[in-house]
Write a protein that binds this ligand. Structure first.
Ligand code: URP
Ligand code: ZN
Ligand code: ZN
Length: 464
């Protein structure tokens, strides 16, 4: 298996150059102008002409829910459909949240997720280990899972009262363990108690539709969650990562903590960058398609998110891909918005929408695009320089991107196993034309040609 990619513009987070890329087996072995197929590979290597194309390292989604038992149902994708959609969208590695729920021992949780993925995944993947309990025995087992599997990150929830939320005592102990193991703790930051109180008030006042979801968890509720997490991180010297940060108030709390020396990384979502709270007001309960937490916000937050993404303050853009059908699943919340399964699918669209709305509009340089959609996740979660970089020695995960291609997003043509697309009708500039995973073409001319089961569970180092 050998590949020569010629005449493309190679874009890494650190810069770009016109060069050729030679990949042997699963690895990039040479990057230089004017490369030719070496004589001992004559007739065996595939040559791809990338003239006029951008050549990116494979994109990394640091936050997905391919398999997710949640709010009385399950997310719709499985690892076959989810990773196929990921590859079609240019994502070659994803981090799924392994969240088996309260009381499930860490090994059992890990094995459940690993069994879901094995034999189905077509792209590479890793897990953030969800914390579903406390006590010394639980944490000792968790430490073993980290050591034996190389899954070097945790996931905690400060939201979802009586379901996924963690007590302060367990949060404190988890962060101390993370510090000891060199493990970064990712966190959903919203104040669970405030949400529960406000939900009850709204329902009692007859405010039951999806448009009230935002009112139950406004920006200050998220900011309070970020303040809480960062205070605990400050006192434990732990490294933390705020998932799906959606608003200016929450970002200010994270920046204040950074100013005090807290090691806090920030993720935002493609949904929060381009969709607003207005979507939840669609008639005939269609607003339920746009219910997620933290909620979609008002437009003015987007300007802040884009600016802070461009200037290096926000580290990553993820999807938080949590696909629930409108029919039969989102509909569970008719008459009570608190029962709408939270989540918006986007695994297939993140890279395309970010390029189209970010790079093609001039908001992001191509280098910064690579950094927030690939390189920073690799660095933060212990995969760099194997992933997130095109250089000799890196995995041959390559996305050949046609920057001028035009398309329109639609559920009628998407590969995600869900009955709607939140970006329906959006005009897109640019597309991942060829996607290569560890030296093997998985998407050719926009069509999936990958292999279910070829995706690997990645052992990771400690992150940056
Ligand atoms: O609404 C969301 N974000 N659903 C998925 C679960 C989570 O909170 O990340
Ligand atoms: Zn969350
Ligand atoms: Zn999530």
């Amino acid at each position: 298996m050998a590949l020569l990619i010629q005449n493309g513009d190679i874009v890494n987070a650190t810069g770009r150059c016109r060069a050729d890329l030679w990949c042997e087996g699963e690895t990039v072995t040479r990057l230089a102008p004017g490369l030719a197929v070496p004589p001992d590979f004559a007739g065996e290597a595939e040559v791809i002409d990338a003239t006029g194309k951008l050549v990116f390292p494979g994109f990394i989604d640091p936050h997905t829910h391919i398999y997710l038992p949640f709010m009385g149902t399950f997310s719709k994708d499985d690892y076959a459909s989810g990773t196929r959609a990921a590859l079609l969208g240019g994502t070659t590695t994803l981090f799924d949240m392994c969240i088996p729920g309260r009381g499930v021992p860490p090994w059992e949780g890990f094995h459940t997720w690993a069994e879901q993925a094995a034999g189905r995944a077509a792209c590479d993947y890793a897990f953030h280990l969800g914390i579903g309990g406390g006590g010394e025995a639980y944490r000792a087992e968790l430490a073993e899972v980290v050591k034996q599997t190389g899954q070097t990150s945790f996931k905690v929830f400060l939201a979802y009262k009586n379901a996924l939320d963690l007590s302060d005592a367990d949060l404190y102990a988890t962060l101390k363990l993370g510090r000891k193991l060199g493990v970064r703790t990712t966190a959903h930051c919203e104040n669970a108690e405030l949400i529960a109180e406000r939900q009850a008030e709204l329902l009692a006042a007859g405010k039951t539709g999806p448009e009230w979801h935002h009112e139950s968890r406004p920006p200050r509720v998220e900011a309070l969650g970020v303040h809480h997490l960062c205070s605990f991180a400050e006192l434990t010297d732990a490294s933390v990562y705020i998932v799906h940060l959606s608003c200016q108030e929450a970002l200010q709390e994270a920046l204040a903590a950074r100013g005090r020396g807290v090691d806090v990384a920030v993720e935002t979502l493609i949904q929060h960058l381009v969709l607003t709270h207005e979507e939840t007001k669609r008639p005939a309960f269609e607003g339920a398609k746009f219910v997620m937490s933290p909620p979609l916000r008002e437009k003015h937050h987007q300007e802040v998110l884009w600016a802070r993404l461009a200037d290096g303050v926000i580290d990553t853009v993820a999807t938080d891909h949590a696909p629930f059908d409108f029919e039969g699943q989102k509909e569970m919340g008719r008459g009570d918005f608190t029962k709408i399964p939270n989540g918006i699918p986007s695994l297939e669209e993140r890279v395309k929408v970010l390029f189209s709305e970010g790079v093609a509009t001039g908001r992001l340089t191509p280098e910064r695009f690579v950094e927030v959609a690939s390189t920073n996740a690799a660095k933060l979660f212990g995969l760099y320089p194997r992933k997130g970089l095109l250089a000799p020695g890196s995995d041959a995960d390559v996305v050949i991107y046609d920057p001028g291609a035009k398309s329109c997003i639609s559920a009628a043509t998407h590969a995600m196993n869900v009955d709607y697309n939140p970006f329906e009708g959006m005009a897109i500039t640019g597309r991942p034309e060829t996607v290569i995973l560890r030296g093997e073409v998985a998407v050719r001319d926009g069509k999936f040609v990958g292999t279910a089961g070829r995706g690997q569970l990645l052992r990771r180092d400690r992150g940056a």
